[in-house]
Design a protein around this ligand. Structure first.
Ligand code: GMT
Length: 380
């Protein structure tokens, strides 16, 4: 395949969409493509810049007249400059608003100079089901999707939600999230689990941005029931608005010495390496990248069956799924997995096996095909 020059626009933070966009850029660069990240700060998972991976910061000048700083304006101008300077051939924007919106403006500005560049938009979930579905943003989201050259979504469930919630006349291609399974779980030969727990304790982990949609109360309720049956520790990874409430809840339940709040971390694979079970009882989840990361490290998942989670976590194989809020059933399933070492080992193996379906080498070629398709669309 001919190598391409690809511009990636994403949120550079710990959220799944930014993590996915970063991993995609790194994987594309490893395959010989030239990748340019264009965003307001260097993506958190991007620790290696090279001749194939570049980062261009979008700077929004402070001007007293602006009550709100116009990020979309700054981004679209930066995109125009970077496309021209680096001869970027395809723009891949992650998240409809404001990225596809700004990308469209950049495309139009470039067209004035007879530069035609296709824009691929990937929908990640919260842009559709939470933020994007707000009536205030609806016209901008529909417009941005319909005016993208190619649209992808990270799960079949998200595709269906998008078609149900917006007036979409564009085809949406499902390209699932992915993970480098060999890298995940193989990096740490010695897991140093004794840093976190006693040998006889099971380690339960939850990773998220601790927002209400993650149902942090359910995470703690489930753990509370587990630790009544067996010695266990809960690792809470991430920062977010529900953290304080969660800390108070642990104190109220008298389990504060069994729950460790670790904050945001760049060592997710290290934490998952010594985890026995992952909890993701979310209200909504377009895919559940955190669950896939856990599975790739051989950690079985107890999750809700919201959104795209059933496309990732396979019932009775990589873990178990229950209706949102079914805390008793989730706890019973967790205890069943953790009850003895033989059963736990079986689920650990199965989780890793299921994650292989989403291995980088199976999914990145789908994005390359999407780019080729997009290039064909604009050349007509
Ligand atoms: O889950 C979050 O709140 C972060 C959010 C984001 O926008 O980064 O994650 C969304 O995109 C991820 C990557 O595609 C998906 O794995 C998450 O399921 C999705 N979150 C939701 O749909 C709530």
């Amino acid at each position: 395949m001919k190598s391409m020059v690809i511009g990636i626009v994403c949120y550079p933070t710990f959220g799944g969409s930014g993590v996915m966009a970063t991993e995609l850029g790194i994987a594309l660069a490893e395959k010989g493509h030239e990748v340019h990240f264009i965003t307001y700060q260097q993506p958190v998972r991007l620790d290696l810049l090279s001749h194939n991976v570049h980062f261009h910061e979008v700077f929004v000048p402070d001007y007293p007249l602006f009550l709100y700083q116009p990020y979309e304006l700054a981004l679209s101008s930066k995109l125009v400059d970077m496309v021209k300077l680096h001869k970027i051939e395809v723009l891949h924007v992650h998240y409809a608003i404001p990225h596809a919106y700004a990308g469209y403006m950049a495309k139009k500005m470039l067209e004035e100079e007879h530069i035609y560049i296709p824009m691929v938009t990937t929908l990640h979930g919260t842009d559709i089901t939470l933020v994007g579905n707000h009536p205030f943003y609806k016209p901008a989201v529909s417009f941005s999707i319909n005016n993208s050259d190619v649209v992808t979504s990270v799960s079949q469930s998200l595709k269906e939600d998008t078609l149900r919630l917006f007036d979409i006349d564009k085809e949406i291609f499902v390209v699932p999230n992915f993970i480098k399974v060999e890298k995940q779980g193989n990096t740490y030969t010695e897991c140093q689990r004794d840093l976190m727990a006693q040998p006889e304790e099971r380690i339960i982990t939850h990773i998220s941005n601790l927002r209400p949609v993650k149902r942090i109360v359910d995470v703690i309720e489930i753990f509370c029931r587990i630790q009544k049956e067996m010695p266990a520790k809960l690792l809470m990874v991430g920062e977010g608005p529900e953290k304080e409430m969660a800390e108070e809840m642990c104190i109220a339940k008298g389990i504060e010495d069994k729950v460790l709040f670790l904050g945001n971390s760049n060592e997710i694979d290290k934490i998952l390496c010594f985890s026995d079970l992952f909890l993701l009882p979310s209200e909504k989840e377009s895919f559940g990248l955190a669950a896939l990361e856990a599975m790739a490290c051989g950690v079985p998942v107890i999750s809700s069956n919201a959104g795209g989670l059933p496309e990732v976590n396979v019932q009775g194989v990589s873990g178990f799924l229950s209706a949102v809020g079914a805390v008793d059933e989730m706890s019973d399933n967790a205890i069943a997995i953790l009850k003895d070492s033989e059963t736990l080992a079986k689920y650990k193996n199965q989780a890793k096996e299921e994650a292989l379906k989403f291995d980088t080498k199976n999914i990145v070629p789908l994005y390359e095909a999407v780019y080729e398709n997009a290039l064909r669309v604009v050349s007509y």
